[in-house]
Design a protein around this ligand. Structure first.
Ligand SMILES: Nc1nc2c(c(=O)[nH]1)N[C@H]1C(S)=C(S)[C@@H](COP(=O)(O)O)O[C@H]1N2
Ligand SMILES: [Mo]
Length: 314
């Protein structure tokens, strides 16, 4: 006869999966079905399970079902529809990987992924994650503070900003070889002011739901900056560059009236084409969740913008 399972034997993944089943059985199921999130995709799952040293939740909102997190994605290198990345990222190879560290710092060079990860105990951080398009999720990311990584490269005094550049691999990324039209200039570039990059909430993520990142979520290494719109969180990072001048991001280049450098979540500054005051919490598509200033992280980050006009610096 099977013995009953002790609570200590239940892994977090199992807990999540149960919660996910529960949520699917509840209100989410109808919306998820309508959106095609429950189609049986040949979805790219995550990689190996990760050993997590520490856990912290910054919200009591329930995590968004794994399936929504990994099948409803923005990753234009794999296509512009939300369902494209999970279908098109299958032949992307996140290993082996290395990151080029450049610019104003004491330790520039090319670093193998293993060397980047080695000194950093992994943490799980449950964060709200909001796209500028008006959908949001709650994701249990796995990673480590970006600050801990950047400090190892010894940023110089004139390193006022950090630029993050996504890998350029047209052979593996169909969006980068679009022949007639490209929504973004490649490679994908994003940036943070150095104090933002050093903020303890800024995460260098390597996984979600306890496993290595699926390709469509930015394997093997992506940023998560929870008080900013999702586009600040560059995926599949190949270059980290310490610079003196504010970088020009891919989104600023494509539509400067809509996508500013700061991109702090701000319900009072509308996108030129839609309101930013509400959001749809996936897997629901109803925009009935009120968007919070700085995505709800204002008590921790507002001080960094005290002297700025956040309508101008959107
Ligand atoms: N390289 C790269 N990074 C990217 C994007 C992209 O198109 N390319 N999209 C951004 C946008 S708009 C969002 S909302 C988030 C989505 O992250 P997720 O798919 O893990 O939810 O990734 C961001 N990082
Ligand atoms: Mo986004």
């Amino acid at each position: 006869m099977a013995r009953p399972m002790k609570a200590s034997e239940i892994t977090p993944k199992e807990t999540y999966l149960r919660r996910r089943e529960f949520l699917a059985a509840a209100a989410g199921a109808v919306a998820a079905l309508a959106a095609g999130l429950d189609n049986d995709l040949s979805a790219q799952g995550g990689g190996a399970r990760l050993a997590i040293a520490k856990r912290a939740a910054t919200t009591s909102d329930p995590p968004t079902p794994y399936k929504a997190v990994t099948t409803y994605n923005n990753f234009y290198e794999f296509g512009t529809d939300k369902g494209d990345p999970v279908h098109n990222a299958g032949s992307f190879k996140p290993k082996p990987w290395s990151v080029a560290v450049e610019g104003a710092c004491g330790k520039p060079g090319s670093y193998a992924l293993e060397d980047i990860l080695k000194p950093h105990p992994l943490e799980e951080r449950i964060y709200r994650h909001r796209c500028v398009e008006g959908w949001s999720m709650v994701v249990p990311w796995v990673g480590f503070p970006l600050a801990d990584l950047l400090k190892r490269f010894e940023p110089a005094g004139n390193a006022k900003f950090v630029e993050f550049v996504t890998v350029q691999r047209p052979a593996e990324m169909p969006g980068q070889r679009a022949r007639f039209f490209s929504a973004l200039a490649w490679p994908y570039v994003e940036g943070l002011r150095i104090d933002e990059a050093m903020h303890p909430l800024a995460l260098m993520a390597v996984g979600l739901y306890g496993e290595e990142l699926p390709n469509q979520n930015g394997a093997p290494l992506r940023l998560v900056v929870p008080w900013k719109y999702g586009f600040k969180s560059a995926k599949s990072i190949a270059t980290i560059r310490f610079v003196e001048k504010q970088p020009v991001s891919s989104w600023m280049l494509s539509y400067p009236q809509a996508y500013g450098f700061y991109a702090n979540v701000n319900p009072e500054v509308d996108h030129p084409n839609w309101s930013q005051s509400v959001e749809a919490r996936l897997p629901s598509f109803f925009k009935n969740t009120k968007t919070q200033m700085f995505n709800g992280y204002g008590d921790q980050v507002a001080a960094m913008y005290k002297s700025m006009d956040l309508r101008k610096n959107y």
